[in-house]
Structure formats: structure tokens, C-alpha cells
Design a protein around this ligand. Structure first.
Ligand code: GLA
Length: 693
């Protein structure tokens, strides 16, 4: 692709572009590096006047609109506040009104031709000092009506004034300034829409909905518990000899099911009815076990490789559930048991989901010996673990290396060994260890300081006598992907917390391109837990704000990324779409592929990510153990796009069989390229297998 910018012409090669570089180019193309249209630099005096002027009656303030469907990184824009809830202050001037967002952000407002003008003062909030950068743009229908240069924290704001006569739709867009989205607290100060005198309609914040349901096979919870048996991944598990072993063979199909395992290593046995393999590996070594499942409608068999070696947990990304995105601090034992019961009744356990993880808010106080106790919501952790283990499921728990967790519960500081031992006694199988109050909240601690608390807990886990998967959560500080494996992490969060918006999920997910090389069996990048289904981070839940096609993109990406598949919704309220997204065995097989190679982006077209002219498409691929490759085709643009995956970009040649995994359909073989139409924010996931000559 060649582009003309000013007097220079550039050839863009998709492969080497990092996400920020690509975004920066988009910004440059959009802005031509400066303010344009109805945007101008605002001086101090004028700012003061704007901040104190009252508006005529026909003015509608943006902060008076219902903002819950606004698409931004934070998920909750500030009303008359910057997004962290403090007053809006730009270059020293406080503004009493406005909306504070976190880039990227897209506010779409339907006007019905009843408005005359949009005005605002924009910049990065003083809250972040000189950090943060963003480009603001205002689109009227499909027209770029105003955009700013790249604005930086502390710099002069811009006044925006745009004519809205006869306009149907207004788009307020904030995009990153080319250096990543960190600290991009962006304010639309004094943002207001003047209406025609006597206008009978009001501006409405709008959400673009999918024109049609996504192209995926729809299933209902329980559907997998009928039909012929099928054994599912993981097909490779690691465990430490001498420690308790537990693995339930994931198998769907009509029961009653009977399981057998040939050549199980010494110390292990399989329960014929449940398919649960338990015991203790007696010796080190690698064993290929033949597993068979006999159901009422047939038989299936497969090979399970058991690796009996120290530090070989999480050979494939953990699959399970975590309480946080659904329940926040309102999690309790009943909710955890309900999640486990839903895993069983829906068939998700039979598809390989095994971990049931309690996030923050289970902790009580310490006893006189310093031993951590649960709070009232978890009367008996050991009994809870036993309950899950009898189902073949595993129990995860959460703590912080600091004195307090993020929700202000007791952390593990100075009690690392006590806590690891307590977890082992309770029968805990996974620990999420969350930075929170450890040390100063700072992004630039030396790497040794960032590693220290994680090394300390690693050492404690090593001597606790139980295999506990170690999940490092410190939001990506100090490029954790470069050293997460060295400190014994089985997976590490690469970002801040996920929220159920496209701006957030897509930024987090697509940024994983930069970390692909660091992911491998036992050590995975973690772009955070899933946000499909009913989420809420507290007692009140809502349906995910992602559109169905955005949800397809979410699960497609996480599968390609070999990300931990940790469901974040209330499993007792699984609707068919959510179940179909989480329970597609073809898609899960990509996530769980034993080669364990994370996908990376191999091609990209387009320049704009947000606004009515957004046009970016991407191709991602990963090689699979059987010699086939998984390819994700993504449309990040505003409308339907025709997307092509080209063989040279994928590193393959010749004729390939093509399977559409979401549709579970074999398509016509392809040679040289594969082209498909993809709706706005949607994805297509295919598996390409070399066709026999
Ligand atoms: C942090 C983590 C979240 C969650 C909460 C719990 O914000 O990133 O995933 O664990 O703490 O307080």
C-alpha cells in the first residue's frame, strides 16, 4: 500500500508495524499533524471566559446525556468530571461541565437534523501532568469536521466549534497520540450541542448494532451432552511427581459414559464413570496414555501425554471461570458452587473448562499465628476445594504481594510461606497474585523490584507440597512478558483491567501482537478475563456491552492468542449466544493446541480505527501441531469489509482445505488466498490444512 502524506510518499509494509506505530500513522494521516476544520488553539483568557459563560436554553450539555453506552477504554466516562472522577482541569483551567473519557473513545450522537452547532474545549486532563497524548476528532455524518493535532498533557487546549445544520449523526472520537493509550485521560470540556429553537427532539447517544446475527453455529447449554462421544483437549498435561494429581478427561456425548486409560503412569488411576484421573505420579517422565470414552451412541479415543516433571504446569492455557468480572467483591461460596454446577450442567466442563477461580474478597483476618482465614462468605475453603475436586474441577484463589489486595482485603506481604502452605492444605490449584498495594504505584520501578515479590511467592509455592498454577497480575509493568517465565509465572497479565467495551477489549487483544514471541507452553500472555455474557463487577449484572460480532472477535482473538480462557460472567445465566461462543469445540481446539504457539498479526490494511470512516482490517495466524494453521480475519472498521488472507503473508503455498471454525463447515479448497466478507467489528476464523496432492 502506498500513501501520500504532504509531499512525501511512503510504502507501508504491514508486517513490521507495531500497534502504536500503526495507530500513529493513522493519526498522522487523519490530522496532517495539525489542527484542522473547526479546531483552534485556545488561549488562557478565552478559556476562562468559556468556563464561566452560561449557555442559552436551547443548549444540550453532553454530560446531561445518558453515557452508559459510550465506547471508551474505561467503560465509564466521567460526567462533569475527568474519567477518574476528579474535576476537569485543562492547562490549569477548571471547567464545571464536560465529559471525561479514556482513549480510545467514540461517542456517537444522533441529532435528527435538529441541532445547529457543537462546541467543546478539548485536551488531556491535568490529572496526568505531562503524560498522555491524544488526537480529538469530530465527524458530522461522514465528514471530518474538526480534528486536533496530537495534544499532550499540560499543553494548550483546543476550542472546537462545528456547524451541525441538518446533521443526522455526530461522532466525537479520541484516539491515542501514537505512544500507546497509557494515561490518555481525554476531556470534552464544556461539550454542548445547540439545538434549533423549539426543536422537539433531543440528541441521543447511539450504539451501532449488528445488522444480522453473527455467522456462527448456535448451540444451547447441554447440547454437548447428547450425540457420539468426543474427547477434547488438553491432550497434554504436566504435573510434579510426588504431588497430588487431578485431571478430568474432557469428553462430550450422550451418557452414561465409561472411560478407560491404557498405560497410565505408576501412581495414577482413572475413575471409569467420571473420567477423573487422580493419584500421585511416582516417577519423572513423559507417558503417552490412550484414553477411550464409551457412550451410549459410540466410542472415541485419543492420546493424552502426561509430563511428570517439575515446573510443567499449564502446558496449555488454563480454561475456567473467575468471579471478578461477574461478581466483584460480592462473590461468595454459593456463587462459586453455582459456577461449578453450571460448568457441569451446560457441558462446558466436558469441553475442558476446569478451573473455578475465586478472585478478590474471600479473605478474612489472620489468626494469632499469622495464618490467613477466610471471611464469612467462605465458611470452609477446604470443603469447597473437595467439592470441586470430586467433580474433577480445580479451585483457584487470589492474593496480593502487598499488605492489602486491590479491594483492601488482607494481602500476603510477610506471610508468603504461611499462605502458600495454607493454600496447599486447603487444596488450592491456582493462585492469581495481584500487585495492588505492593510498593509505590509506579510504572517505572527497576525490573528487579518488580520481580522480587513474584520470586518470593514462587519460592513459597515451590515448597508447599502442591501443584499450584501461578498467575502473575501486575498489569504489564516492566514488560512482564520478557521475564514472567523466569520468575516461574504460568501466565501474566499484559494490561490493565478489561471492561466490556469494544474500545477496551480490542485495544487489549490486538496489542498482544507485540508479545507473541514470549508465549509458550507453561508460560502464557494473559490479556485478562473474558467479557461475554452477563458481567457487572458487583452484585448487579448487565449483558455485555460488546455487540455479538465484537464478541466473536473477542473469543476468536483469545483463542488465537493462546490466552487463558477464563470466563468472567454469571454461568448460571448462560444465554445461547454466550454458550455458543464459549462452547465451540473447534475454536477451543485452537486455543488449546499442544504446539502452544501464539498467533501474531501478519497483515494489516487501512488507517483509521475509530469514527465513521474506520477501515482497518487485520490477518492473524498461528501454526498448529498437526501442520495446519489457524487464521483469523478481522474487520476493525465501521462497515462491512471484504478481507483477504494471502498465502505469502501466512507463509504457506499451494492448495489448502479450508474449515470455517465458527460455522463448523468445510469450505471449498483455496490456493493463494482466501477472501471473505466480514461485518463491522467481526471476525472469521479458519483452519487451513495442506490439501493432499
Ligand atoms: C485488580 C485486578 C483485577 C481484580 C481486582 C480485584 O484490579 O487487575 O483483575 O483481580 O484487582 O480487586
Amino acid at each position: 500500500m502506498s500513501l501520500v502524506i504532504g509531499n512525501s510518499s511512503f510504502v507501508i509494509r504491514p508486517r513490521p508495524l507495531g500497534p502504536s506505530a500503526a495507530l500513529f500513522l493513522a493519526v498522522v494521516i487523519l490530522t496532517g499533524c495539525g489542527d484542522a476544520g473547526g479546531a483552534r488553539v485556545l488561549n488562557r483568557k478565552a478559556a476562562e471566559i468559556i468556563a464561566t459563560t452560561t449557555q442559552p436554553a436551547d443548549t444540550v450539555w453532553l454530560d446531561d446525556c445518558e453515557l452508559s453506552s459510550v465506547d471508551d477504554r474505561s467503560g465509564s466516562p466521567g460526567k462533569s468530571k475527568c474519567f477518574v472522577g476528579k474535576p476537569i482541569i485543562l492547562a490549569g483551567q477548571t471547567y464545571p461541565r464536560g465529559v471525561g473519557v479514556h482513549a480510545p473513545s467514540e461517542i456517537i450522537i444522533d441529532l435528527d437534523g435538529a441541532a445547529t452547532r457543537f462546541q467543546a474545549v478539548v485536551s488531556i486532563d491535568d490529572e496526568v501532568g505531562k503524560l498522555g497524548s491524544a488526537v480529538f476528532s469530530v465527524w458530522v455524518d461522514d465528514r471530518d469536521a474538526a480534528h486536533t493535532a496530537i495534544l499532550r498533557g499540560g499543553g494548550p487546549p483546543r476550542e472546537i466549534s462545528v456547524d451541525l445544520t441538518n446533521a443526522k449523526r455526530l461522532w466525537l472520537v479520541v484516539d491515542d497520540g501514537g505512544d500507546g493509550i497509557d494515561k490518555d485521560y481525554a476531556d470534552w470540556a464544556m461539550a454542548r450541542i445547540e439545538m434549533k429553537p423549539g426543536a422537539t427532539t433531543k440528541p441521543r447517544i447511539s450504539r451501532i448494532v449488528d445488522p444480522a446475527p453473527p455467522a456462527i453455529v448456535m448451540m444451547k447449554p447441554g447440547d454437548h451432552l447428547t450425540g457420539v462421544p468426543e474427547i477434547h483437549p488438553p491432550f497434554v498435561v504436566g504435573a510434579t511427581p510426588g504431588r497430588p494429581f487431578l485431571f478430568r478427561v474432557p469428553a462430550t456425548g450422550a451418557g452414561p459414559m465409561r472411560f478407560t486409560a491404557d498405560r497410565l503412569p505408576a501412581g495414577l488411576k482413572i475413575d471409569a464413570n467420571s473420567g477423573i484421573i487422580s493419584g500421585t505420579l511416582k516417577e519423572r517422565g513423559r507417558t503417552d496414555v490412550t484414553i477411550a470414552a464409551q457412550g451410549s451412541l459410540g466410542r472415541s479415543s485419543s492420546t493424552l501425554t502426561i509430563i511428570g516433571v517439575e515446573h510443567r504446569l499449564a502446558q496449555t492455557p488454563p480454561m475456567g471461570w473467575n468471579s471478578w468480572n461477574a461478581w466483584g467483591t460480592s462473590v461468595d461460596e454459593a456463587k462459586v458452587k453455582a459456577a461449578a454446577a453450571a460448568f457441569e450442567s451446560s457441558g462446558l466442563a466436558a469441553l475442558g473448562y476446569a478451573y473455578v477461580n475465586i478472585d478478590d474478597a474471600w479473605e478474612g483476618s489472620r489468626d494469632a499465628q499469622g495464618r490467613i482465614r477466610t471471611n464469612d462468605k467462605f465458611p470452609d475453603m477446604r470443603a469447597l476445594a473437595g467439592h470441586l475436586h470430586r467433580m474433577g474441577l480445580k479451585l483457584g484463589i487470589y492474593s496480593s504481594p502487598g499488605p492489602k489486595t486491590c479491594a483492601e482485603f488482607e494481602g500476603s506481604k510477610d506471610h508468603e510461606l504461611d499462605d502458600a502452605r495454607t493454600y496447599a492444605e486447603w487444596g488450592i490449584d491456582l493462585l492469581k497474585y495481584d500487585w495492588c498495594s505492593y510498593g509505590k504505584i509506579s510504572n517505572d520501578l527497576p525490573r528487579a523490584e518488580l520481580r522480587k515479590p513474584y520470586e518470593l511467592m514462587r519460592a513459597a509455592l515451590d515448597v508447599c507440597g502442591r501443584d499450584i498454577v501461578y498467575s502473575i497480575c501486575q498489569y504489564g509493568r516492566g514488560k512482564v512478558w520478557e521475564w514472567g517465565a523466569e520468575v516461574g509465572g504460568n501466565y501474566w497479565r499484559t494490561t490493565g483491567d478489561i471492561i466490556d467495551t469494544w474500545a477496551c477489549m480490542s485495544v487489549i487483544g490486538f496489542a498482544e501482537h507485540a508479545h507473541a514471541e514470549f508465549s509458550r507452553p507453561g508460560h502464557w500472555n494473559d490479556p485478562d478475563m473474558l467479557v461475554v455474557g452477563r458481567v457487572g463487577w458487583g452484585p448487579t449484572l448487565h449483558a455485555t456491552r460488546l455487540t455479538p460480532n465484537e464478541q466473536v472477535t473477542h473469543i476468536t482473538l483469545w483463542s488465537l492468542l493462546a490466552a487463558p480462557m477464563l470466563i468472567g460472567c454469571d454461568l448460571s445465566q448462560l444465554d445461547d449466544l454466550t454458550f455458543s461462543l464459549l462452547g465451540n469445540a473447534d475454536v477451543l481446539a485452537i486455543n488449546q493446541d499442544a504446539l502452544g504457539r501464539q498467533a501474531a498479526r501478519v497483515a494489516r490494511t487501512g488507517t483509521l480505527l475509530y469514527g465513521p470512516k474506520a477501515d482497518v482490517t487485520e490477518i492473524w495466524s498461528r501454526p498448529l501441531e498437526d501442520g495446519s494453521i489457524a487464521v483469523g480475519l478481522f474487520n476493525r472498521g465501521a462497515g462491512e469489509a471484504t478481507v483477504t488472507a494471502r498465502w505469502p503473508d501466512l507463509g504457506i503455498r499451494g492448495k489448502h482445505n479450508v474449515r470455517n471454525l465458527w460455522l463448523k463447515q468445510e469450505l471449498a479448497p483455496a490456493d493463494g488466498s482466501f477472501t471473505t466478507k466480514i461485518p463491522r467489528h467481526g471476525a472469521v476464523l479458519i483452519r487451513l490444512t495442506p490439501a493432499p496432492k
